[in-house]
Write a protein that binds this ligand. Sequence first.
Ligand code: SF4
Ligand code: SF4
Length: 182
Amino acid sequence: MLSALLVMAGIAITLGAVLGFSAIKFRVEGNPLVDKIDAILPQIQCGQCGYPGCKPYANAIASGEADINKCAPGGEEGIRKLADLLGVEFKPFGGGTVLKPKSVAFIDENLCIGCTLCFQACPVDAIAGAAKQMHTIIASECTGCELCVAPCPVECISMVAIEENITGWKWRYPVIPIQAAG
Ligand code: SF4
Ligand code: SF4
């Protein structure tokens, strides 16, 4: 009886070790396609696509649940890159919101009461301030996601469009290679 118990315990331990080893050895680190899609998305976590952040939207695209044209901050350039990656047709922006010019938030510091609600809402730490102290936007960090605008109880945050100038100008259209004649 005792030997039978020992044999069974031995088999159980061996099987457990094999399963444990396999789980480590053959584990898949995330979904490579989701990671590639997520790498194209602007990581603003603004939720304008209807998903609670860029990674959930990337998951939805990879599973076929969502279309590639819902990311407003990514704009047409982002849609083109996703279309190229997935080998599908480019589609004009079709998310729930309108494509807006790139913008940054601006706090009217005379009105700010230092409630910190905007500070808590900002997903990229682009707001400097402390409780009961004036808050201000770090424009170079702001992604224009607008998540800080709604929580402000005194409505002192506005969005300012970024003026396009030669330093920020980019060629937006796909470069079509010219085929050599003959
Ligand atoms: S400051 Fe406002 S608009 Fe800018 S990234 Fe933060 S939450 Fe978004
Ligand atoms: S939410 Fe408005 S009032 Fe509150 S700290 Fe931010 S800017 Fe100031």
